[in-house]
Design a protein around this ligand. Structure first.
Ligand code: MRU
Length: 353
């Protein structure tokens, strides 16, 4: 294969979540791309608020933020009462888990932190911080592995379309589907990257485009409604998306509009790849019908950048996610490997393998 200028470049310079000087430091994603500003969180309640209000978003990044927020919560409850801190912390953990319902990584991360809470003795902060850092590090490692696995599925030379933001901003670093873009561009396998806007929050326009511009990866933005025409013209060979929850049978919840993009891909013979760590796979959820879909405020659709765009009196319906059935997915890529044409049996084998 021809060497490209990009080959060998790592494309990994953005971190959305960090632990710094005993606090959680987040890029405030609501302000991008106009401003790069950070939020400093001192309490578990701050963490829950940042997740609920989408200062941090993307399933893995939500889980990592929650893990660090548990450290903050335990620190404060231990100071309050070193004997009863576990009991006092329990309702806080439940409050944190409720911040966003669809991304199962949130529940998963809190459950994993609970494992340390249940066995630590004395001051729990150091042990919990170690665990949160491990969760963070494992996510970055998983993303790098998935980047390579996903990129290897892409025949060199074609274009790809992404939906929402699945990059460093949505994860511990590097990204899931956008990690495949990073790895695919670095390996010279991806010729062009299209990102759709992803109304109503514009994660594609604001965040994916920002991330790729930061990394020096050329990106072309399209309106969501242009995806079918883009495919009809043969400009993309793969749609690359992340996931907020993958059910036991492979049905996948992801940002609203993902299912529509999958329908367009099927019609035009474009392949459809879901890239997500196993922390997003929920074997306790049998299929897509059982995935809770977050309903968000009407105002997010009725307004744009703080200004009303719809007439007074109009209502809006604003589901944050939809479910793409497993039989419309060509490949699910996790850090454990690639599952092509996913089924319940193949997902179970991948998770136990
Ligand atoms: O509402 P958001 O921005 O949190 O939704 C994010 C998505 O749907 C992502 O595609 C998903 O979390 C995967 S991120 C690696």
């Amino acid at each position: 294969m021809r060497q490209t200028a990009a080959e060998g470049i790592q494309y990994d310079r953005i971190r959305a979540v960090e632990w710094e000087q005993d606090r959680v430091k987040l890029i405030d994603q609501r302000l991008l791309p106009a401003k790069l500003e950070y939020l400093l969180l001192d309490s578990l309640a701050d963490g829950a608020g940042a997740i609920r209000d989408m200062a941090v978003r993307g399933a893995p990044a939500i889980g990592i933020t929650a893990a660090y927020a548990v450290v903050l919560g335990a620190r404060s409850r231990f100071r309050e009462d070193p004997r009863r801190w576990r009991e006092l912390l329990e309702p806080d953990l439940e409050f944190l888990v409720q911040a966003r319902p669809t991304a199962v990584n949130l529940r998963w991360a809190v459950a994993r932190m609970r494992g340390v809470i249940n066995k630590v003795s004395g001051d729990p902060v150091a042990a919990l911080l170690d665990e949160a850092r491990r969760i963070h590090g494992e996510d970055i490692a998983a993303n790098r592995r998935m980047g390579g696995l996903g990129a290897a599925l892409i025949e060199p030379g074609g274009g790809v379309l992404t939906h929402c933001n699945t990059g460093a901003l949505a994860t511990g670093g590097y990204g899931t589907a956008l990690g495949v873009v990073r790895a695919g561009v670095a390996a010279g396998r991806i010729a062009s990257v299209y990102a759709d806007e992803t109304r109503p929050w514009l994660q594609g326009a604001r965040l994916t485009a920002w991330e790729l511009v930061q990394e020096g990866i050329p990106v072309t933005l399209i309106a969501d409604g242009a995806a079918a025409y883009l495919m009809q013209l043969g400009k993309v060979r793969w749609v690359l998306v992340g996931a907020d929850r993958i059910a036991a049978n492979g049905d996948t919840a992801n940002k609203i509009g993902t299912y529509m993009t999958a329908c367009c891909a099927r019609r035009h013979g474009v392949k459809f790849m879901v890239v997500a760590p196993t922390t997003t796979v929920d074997l306790a959820t049998a299929d897509g019908d059982a995935i809770p879909i977050e309903a968000r405020a009407e105002s997010e659709v009725l307004n744009y950048a703080g200004r009303r765009i719809a007439p007074e009196g109009a209502r809006a319906w604003n589901p944050a996610f939809d479910v793409t059935p497993a039989d419309m997915i060509d490949a699910i890529v996790t850090e454990k490997g690639v599952v092509e044409q996913p089924t319940r049996a193949k997902i179970a084998a991948m998770m136990t393998g």
